[in-house]
Write a protein that binds this ligand. Structure first.
Ligand SMILES: NC(=O)c1ccc[n+]([C@@H]2O[C@H](COP(=O)([O-])OP(=O)(O)OC[C@H]3O[C@@H](n4cnc5c(N)ncnc54)[C@H](OP(=O)(O)O)[C@@H]3O)[C@@H](O)[C@H]2O)c1
Length: 363
């Protein structure tokens, strides 16, 4: 990996959650690009110190402020753990510190987006929807949207590997998502390397932000796991309402711990985005391995862009920054494969949104 010569601004880069499943990749990738400037942080003081980092707790705004004061010249903060609210984002933006947030909760991203005026006043830029979903899903959504000349509907489908060592914070988020109801219907679609799969609506933030950033009225994100039996069992349980109990902190902690020990399938992931406009249809897909690592790579690229590129002040989602639109291609060096499934050269017949590859039960 090459060091970034024109490092834009000097100053340190604080990676909160910087030794977790996502954060470890962010810290090591940025560390190679910006030697001596990366500070990994977490609540475990000894672990953070061993890595040359600091103790930081994103649930404690006063403590977070002290950490920034102690570090002195901080150019950027990368949030690789989900805070309870927008307090730490506000602290960063009020000081003119750039911010990258890998969070996937719409409510929290909206709260950070509301700080855009603060960011513009201090000249800071913040980037949200950073990772695989949201993140690469947003970038593919924009491509597909533009390819059909302005989509009326976007269907985003994700497949996650149950064999990957997902971090505790990501598992907590996913389990909490099973406790939320869904209004859209499941959808059966083809995922490269995984065949025809049924995916179920899941509360990823991309479907909430893309209607605003792209102006597409109807966006749904659905999830399936590489294990067909586990997908069927979890979503059947969700229909019974039993998984609502998962939202309770104790149940969430026990289940997260248990699931971290289970590795049923592989570590591959797949993303597919279908865009529809009248009888026009296009679809892009991405496949790769270890979505936590790829999320970390996306976050590292996003941070480098904020530090060395020309992102305007304010709060942006990744699909609003043209400089990052070719990120899927840039990640091919890390095993991420992008393909156009429908609409490129007639590989597949266009279908209408109400067509046969729509909704069906079973996996
Ligand atoms: N956008 C995407 O596609 C995408 C994909 C994957 C994950 N994510 C998000 O990324 C986040 C991290 O996921 P992960 O898989 O890396 O989880 P993880 O492995 O559990 O990592 C979380 C890290 O944050 C630290 N941490 C936990 N609570 C903290 C706090 N209050 N203050 C500061 N540090 C804290 C943890 O260390 P200590 O316990 O020692 O503090 C740990 O190092 C999650 O919010 C997840 O939803 C997004």
């Amino acid at each position: 990996m090459t060091t970034v010569k024109s490092a834009g601004t000097a100053g340190r880069i604080l990676v909160a959650g910087g030794y977790g499943a996502v954060g470890a990749t962010v810290s090591s990738t940025l560390g190679a690009w910006f030697p001596g400037r990366v500070v990994p942080g977490g609540r475990d003081r000894a672990r953070a110190r061993r890595l040359g980092g600091v103790r930081v707790d994103v649930t404690d705004p006063d403590g977070f402020r002290h950490v920034l004061d102690g570090l002195g010249d901080v150019a950027a903060v990368v949030l690789c753990v989900e805070p309870p609210d927008a307090a730490v984002a506000r602290i960063c933006l009020e000081r003119g510190v750039r911010l990258v947030d890998v969070g996937a909760t719409a409510r929290l991203l909206d709260a950070v987006a509301d700080l855009s005026a603060t960011a513009m006043a201090t000249g800071a830029a913040a980037l949200l929807s950073v990772g695989v979903a949201p993140g690469l899903t947003n970038l593919l959504a924009r491509r597909a949207h533009e390819a059909v000349g302005g989509a009326e509907r976007l269907d985003i489908t994700l497949l996650f590997g149950t064999g990957e060592r997902h971090g505790a914070d990501a598992l907590r988020w996913t389990l909490a998502g099973f406790g939320e109801g869904a209004t859209a219907s499941p959808r059966r679609t083809e995922l490269p390397g995984h065949g025809a799969r049924t995916a179920y609506p899941f509360p990823f933030s991309d479907q909430h932000t893309l209607p605003r950033t792209l102006g597409v009225p109807d966006v749904t994100t659905r999830l399936c796991l590489d294990s067909r039996p586990l997908t069927a069992a979890l979503f059947a349980l969700r229909r019974t309402g039993l998984l609502k109990a998962v939202g309770r902190p104790r149940a969430l902690r026990s289940l997260t711990g248990a699931l971290q020990r289970i590795h049923l399938g592989g570590d591959g992931f797949a993303v597919r985005v279908d865009a529809w406009r009248g009888d026009r249809h296009t679809a892009y897909a991405l496949t790769g391995r270890e979505q936590s690592r790829v999320t970390g790579l996306v976050a590292a690229h996003a941070t480098r862009e904020l530090l060395t590129g020309s992102a305007p002040p304010g709060v942006h989602h990744i699909d609003q920054l043209p400089a990052l639109s070719a990120l899927p291609e840039a990640l091919s060096a890390h095993g991420v494969a992008l393909r156009r499934l429908v609409g490129g050269g007639g590989e597949d017949r266009p279908r209408s949104p109400s067509g046969t590859d729509k909704v069906r039960r079973g996996n």
